[in-house]
Design a protein around this ligand. Structure first.
Ligand code: CMP
Length: 247
């Protein structure tokens, strides 16, 4: 691929912010660019054959696991500037999850040996990788915590709080009050796959939360008006009791 374009793309990736121009140019000569259609699989769980790191130049992908009942659980959604496929490169194990494009996507692929070489040569790059992996582990911990909850409300609220943490933007709302916006919000089906429930239940809980004034939906945005409503008190007699529970 044209290395000028590759350098521009690599510059936009947080992971490589510690590389200087010369290192970026070297790396840019080594990457290949691949396009994926919507719903096309990029990585298959348990696969051992591909040894490469992937960087999203354009589009959105979902990282997911398929249960024995064939139901998919979304671990995360990743977008422009995010990377995936680092775990197998680091520990040499098969792929830990599947990754599929949820919109037409353009992805940069870096072969294992080139990436590992760069990590060894650049301690700051190794540090950036550790920071991102810690963030993902924190998020996974929150997810485990909320998936263990008995109520579906708790799990959906936990998913929304995770999105707030990950990509929420604070802005002034209509009455001047600060609110949090999730741009380009996940679909109801994706929220269901992140929360271990059905699309119908997500739809019902979202409309209850809208009626209650906890959040609102506007175009492609999810606006959190009362974040406190999504958090729980210790005694279990919290906001959940005012909403239907269903599993
Ligand atoms: P790898 O195991 O090589 O292939 C699947 C990729 O999905 C994995 O590397 C990570 O990049 C990504 N992945 C797996 N689990 C998670 C998670 N919990 N959060 C974010 N990304 C993940």
């Amino acid at each position: 691929m044209g290395s000028v374009k590759a350098i521009e793309l690599l510059k936009g990736v947080d992971l490589f912010s510690s590389l200087d121009n010369e290192q970026l140019e070297t790396l840019a000569r080594l990457v290949i660019m691949q396009n994926y259609d919507k719903d096309e699989t990029i990585i298959l769980e348990d696969d051992e054959s591909v040894q490469a790191l992937f960087l999203i130049a354009e589009g959105e992908v979902k990282v997911y696991m398929t249960g024995t009942d064939k139901r998919e659980t979304i671990l995360t959604l990743l977008g422009k500037g995010d990377f995936f496929g680092e775990m197998s490169l680091i520990d040499g194990e098969p792929r830990s999850a599947s990754v599929k494009a949820v919109s037409p996507s353009e992805v940069l692929i870096i072969r294992r040996e080139h990436f590992i070489q760069q990590v060894r040569a650049t301690p700051d790059l190794a540090m950036s990788l550790l920071v991102e992996m810690s963030k993902r582990l924190r998020k996974a911990n929150r997810q485990i915590g909320s998936l263990a909850m008995l109520t579906v409300y708790g799990r959906i609220a936990g998913t929304i709080l995770n999105l707030v943490e990950e990509r929420g933007v604070r802005i002034h709302g209509e009455n001047g009050k600060m609110v949090t916006v999730i741009r380009n919000r996940p679909t109801q089906k994706q929220l269901a796959e992140m929360s271990g429930t059905t699309r119908e239940t997500v739809s019902r809980v979202l409309s209850q939360l809208q009626k209650k004034g906890t959040l609102s939906l506007a175009n492609k945005d999810l606006i959190i008006l009362e974040e406190g409503d999504l958090k729980f008190t210790d005694d279990g007699k919290d906001e959940r009791s005012t909403l239907d529970d269903e599993d």
